[in-house]
Design a protein around this ligand. Structure first.
Ligand SMILES: Cc1ncc(COP(=O)(O)O)c(C=O)c1O
Length: 371
């Protein structure tokens, strides 16, 4: 059994993928070829955005808006710690400081009340200027954007949705960009919308912001090819990956429905056996992960492994407790919810093509664990 079965999807569209890759090999425009523009347009349309800008990976997709907004030394960027390290990692790249904020115990996403506290604390300390908030759509479900956006407006902060795991998620039918100034996503193969290598994108509604990021992703290019107007980077999505993504995007809406069916079936099977984060009211998750809590997480993982069921712990060590991050500020001194969840979480196999047979096996194996 696979934790994420990418081959089942490939079997469905192998012919289309071969043809799409063949077209790129024929025209030979491997960098910024026509598929890149076509994919950006299709992605923006899917994400209810005016514009999308593709780039080399999801990490760059998180940093590009920060760079474009001029986030830099002396600035505070508020973000959760219960996420993949890339969310906070890019903040020091700009010279700014990540300030870690706790999550809600029911959704695992940014706690708006704790965010307020973090901003107040930072203002009171007077060392850093609050500049931006990065909200993460953890495991695929939307953060509480209406509340977070209201706090951002009150304090004049930019709001970035790190939707690397959650691209395609909605709240009240709206994508995160409805509230955020920019949405970042990743096309790492295991993500709900993944390519066959690294890739990422930023979705925005502001042409000016898109233009600056377009310059940043190509070494700070200006209108004159030999006059770079800002310090940028090399962060382009390969044409081959755009060609693959164009085919995968055609299935994506259907796959989100299938993922929700798998999640609903888990919920029915596991009721009374485990608890798991609940999706915010009005939210639709893309279920990048299906995660349960168990007091003996490691014991359960070993029990499942012995029966051929792969699992993963996301995330056993919160970012603020990792070696490279221990000196950055933590709102309120520690993050009790984050620290507690890190000890409990176990993610189960999850993908749109998980069979009923395999799912029943997983549920029965969990039922059979005596602890
Ligand atoms: C929440 C989050 N942010 C950012 C990233 C970075 O994406 P990538 O691996 O494509 O650089 C990831 C992916 O692993 C992620 O899960």
């Amino acid at each position: 059994m696979d934790f994420i079965d990418l081959k089942a999807q490939q079997r469905r569209i192998r012919k289309e993928l071969d043809a799409a890759i063949g077209r790129v090999l024929d025209h030979g425009a491997y960098v910024m070829g026509p598929e890149v523009r076509a994919f950006e347009a299709a992605l923006a349309h899917f994400g209810q955005a005016k514009l999308a800008l593709s780039c080399a990976n999801g990490t760059d997709a998180v940093v590009l808006p920060l760079m474009a907004w001029g986030v830099g030394p002396g600035d505070a960027v508020f973000c959760p710690s219960f996420t993949f390290a890339a969310t906070a990692e890019v903040v020091p790249w700009t010279g700014a400081t990540p300030v870690f904020v706790d999550i809600l115990p029911d959704t695992y996403n940014l706690d708006p009340a704790h965010l307020e506290l973090a901003i107040e604390e930072t203002l009171k300390a007077g060392k850093l200027k609050p500049k931006a908030v990065i909200a993460v759509d953890l495991f695929g479900q939307p953060a509480d954007y209406p509340k977070i956006a209201q706090i951002c407006r009150k304090h004049g902060l930019k709001l970035l949705a790190d939707s690397a795991q959650g691209f395609g998620c909605t709240l009240g039918g709206q994508h995160p960009l409805h509230w955020a100034d920019a949405t970042a996503t990743s096309f790492f193969p295991a993500k709900p919308l993944g390519c066959y290598g690294d890739g990422g994108a930023v979705l925005v509604n502001d042409q000016g912001l898109w233009d600056v990021m377009d310059s940043l992703r190509i070494h700070g290019k200006g209108t004159d090819k030999y006059d770079n107007v800002r310090i940028g980077m090399n962060s382009r999505l390969d044409t081959l990956q755009a060609a693959v993504l164009l085919e995968k995007l055609k299935l994506f809406a259907e796959e989100i429905v299938l993922r929700n069916q798998v999640a609903d079936r888990y919920a029915r099977g596991l009721t009374g056996l485990a608890v798991w984060p609940k999706v915010i009211e009005g939210g639709v998750s893309t279920w990048a992960q299906y995660t349960i809590e168990h007091p003996d997480r490691d014991g359960l993982a070993a029990h499942l492994k012995a029966q051929g069921i792969p699992t993963a712990a996301y995330y056993p060590r919160p970012t603020h407790m990792q070696s490279a991050y221990v000196d950055f500020p933590v709102a309120g001194g520690h993050l009790p919810v984050t620290e507690a969840k890190a000890k409990l979480v176990l993610s189960l196999p999850m993908h749109p093509y998980l069979s009923h047979v395999d799912q029943d096996l997983i549920v029965e194996a969990i039922r059979g664990y005596g602890g």
